[in-house]
Design a protein around this ligand. Structure first.
Ligand code: GLN
Length: 489
């Protein structure tokens, strides 16, 4: 009997597999069929692990111990900057096209240990640099709500895979918004944990002081469940925090009357799409009516966040990407001499946006400019951290829009890097300050495109943002998966 995948959540699947009323094999077969039927149009996947996923499902079905685990039989898609041993891990780049890592990312190992089935790798902007997934060297990904529009980025493949109902969950990475922004544009839940909550071991590095791995799911409960599986200290990432990891999914219900919400007034000001403003203000009013207290707050240095982010992220990227020299990884171009080989490998292997960032990052670190740009940006970063610390003395969470616009047309911003960078105006602050943030669907614009609400918490305040997101979900969601292949008129 064919099963109806579209309504299945991770928590629901695992419960049914444990109870024996659904087999992992059935779930995996239905997932592979759905991907085969829908992905030509959406373009979410770079690789699908058919044979292995089926084998793994049979092993789960035959093993009582595996069937009792929290993600038993749950197919999960991985952004293709997460290493899986012996599997191609491209980071969306030609330079890593032939690369298969010898180890698996810690977060991915933890998913497998919890009984999940790795179903494949999803598309992304090259090295996670972008906001539309158009910077992938390999394919276009469409927004399942309107295939003429982008899914956001850089975790656009993961967001589109969940939004189209092909999987209930995917992992992404978020350096300046790359989980929350595509989640908002695709109408799914996307969670960026506190810096250090989840190990970055096995994540292809973009900007190491900002990168975090996190889940994209349809429901808040699933985001909480996956976070509780992947979080926690790891000897392979010295920046992971030693703090205990609660079972977030068992502590989601709360009373709006206990919640104080800080609303940065500037986030609802000029430049915000009026439909997004309407939906965000609407849900804030509903939360207030349910008993929450709203307090206007100020983040005085927030106007510098995008500029600060693009100095720090590019500086770190230029250093991290120095390792792609044609000797140690992936692609190598021919040349008669060593310097020529380096130059040809990097010129031919990286795309334009990655080259732009390496140039900018190298410049802001170069002799004589390091203090003026990079050093200054680090000072502004501290000011931003202080802004949030002051805000969180009075409020539990900070709430606003996730993005300034809903999903834009494919090609609309591709030739205008500055315009593209402004997609991150509301998301980069949480990365700079190391804070947890979640995007939860809260409505639609007049074209029916999803609108995301962003909830930011204090460091290690995942419980708070998940509870607040659950309240929003009870008022407004969750969204059903997008109907197959839509385009607006
Ligand atoms: N869009 C942002 C950038 O291009 C964020 C990317 C990310 O979070 N990986 O840098």
């Amino acid at each position: 009997m064919a099963i109806e995948l579209r309504g299945l959540t991770c928590a629901g699947t695992a419960r049914r597999v444990a109870a024996g009323d659904l087999s992992a094999a059935e779930v995996v077969d239905a997932t592979l069929d759905t991907i085969a039927a829908g992905d030509a149009e959406v373009g979410a996947f770079l690789a699908v692990y058919g044979g292995e996923a089926r084998q793994r499902a049979r092993r789960i079905d035959d093993d009582d111990n595996l069937r009792a685990r929290p993600l038993a039989g749950v197919p999960i898609a991985l952004k293709d900057n997460l290493c899986v041993a012996g599997r191609r891990t491209t980071a969306g780049s030609r330079i890593l096209e032939p690369f298969s890592p010898p180890f698996t990312a810690t977060a991915v190992e933890r998913l497998e240990a919890a009984g999940a089935v790795l179903i494949g790798k999803t598309n992304l902007d090259e090295f996670a640099m972008g906001s539309s997934t158009e910077n992938s060297a390999f394919r276009r990904t469409a927004n399942p709500w309107d295939v003429s529009r982008v899914p956001g980025g850089s975790s656009g493949g993961s967001a589109a895979a969940v939004a189209s109902g092909m999987v209930a969950a995917a992992l992404g990475s978020d350096t300046g918004g790359s989980i929350r922004q595509p989640a908002a544009l695709c109408g799914v839940v996307g969670l960026k944990p506190t810096y250090g909550r989840v190990s970055r071991h096995g994540l292809v590095a973009f900007a190491s002081s900002l990168d975090q791995i996190g889940p994209l799911t349809r429901t808040v409960e699933d985001a909480a469940l996956i976070l509780s599986v992947i979080a926690g200290a790891d000897e392979y990432d010295s920046t992971t925090l030693p703090d205990p990891v609660p079972a977030f999914h068992n502590d989601l219900e709360s009373d709006a009357g206990d919640l104080t919400i800080g609303v940065p007034e500037a986030w609802l000001g000029a430049g915000l799409d009026p439909d997004i403003k309407r939906e965000v203000e609407g849900v804030l009013a509903e939360l207030e009516a349910a008993g929450a207290e709203l307090r206007p707050i100020e983040l005085p240095h927030e106007e510098f966040a995008v500029a600060t982010y693009y100095v720090i992220a590019n500086a770190e990227a230029s250093s991290n990407l120095a390792r792609y020299d044609g000797v140690r990884y992936g692609f190598r171009a021919d040349s008669d001499d060593l310097a020529g080989m380096y130059a040809n490998t990097r010129s031919g292997g990286f795309g334009d946006e990655v080259k732009r960032r390496i140039l900018l990052g190298t410049f802001v670190l170069s002799a004589g400019y390091g203090d003026a740009y990079y050093g200054r940006a680090q000072c502004v970063r501290t000011l931003l951290c202080n802004d949030f610390a002051r805000a969180f003395a009075d409020v539990d969470v900070v709430v606003g829009p996730t993005t300034p616009s809903t999903a834009f047309a494919i090609g609309e911003k591709a030739d205008d890097p500055l315009e593209m960078y402004l997609s991150d105006v509301f998301t980069v602050t949480a990365n700079l300050a190391g804070l947890p943030g979640i995007s939860v669907p809260c409505g639609r614009d007049d074209d029916g495109l999803p609108v995301g609400l962003q909830i930011i918490g204090p460091a290690l305040g995942e419980v708070k943002i998940l509870k607040a997101a659950r309240l929003v979900e009870q008022l407004r969601g969750p969204f059903e998966p997008a109907p197959p292949a839509r385009t607006s008129s």
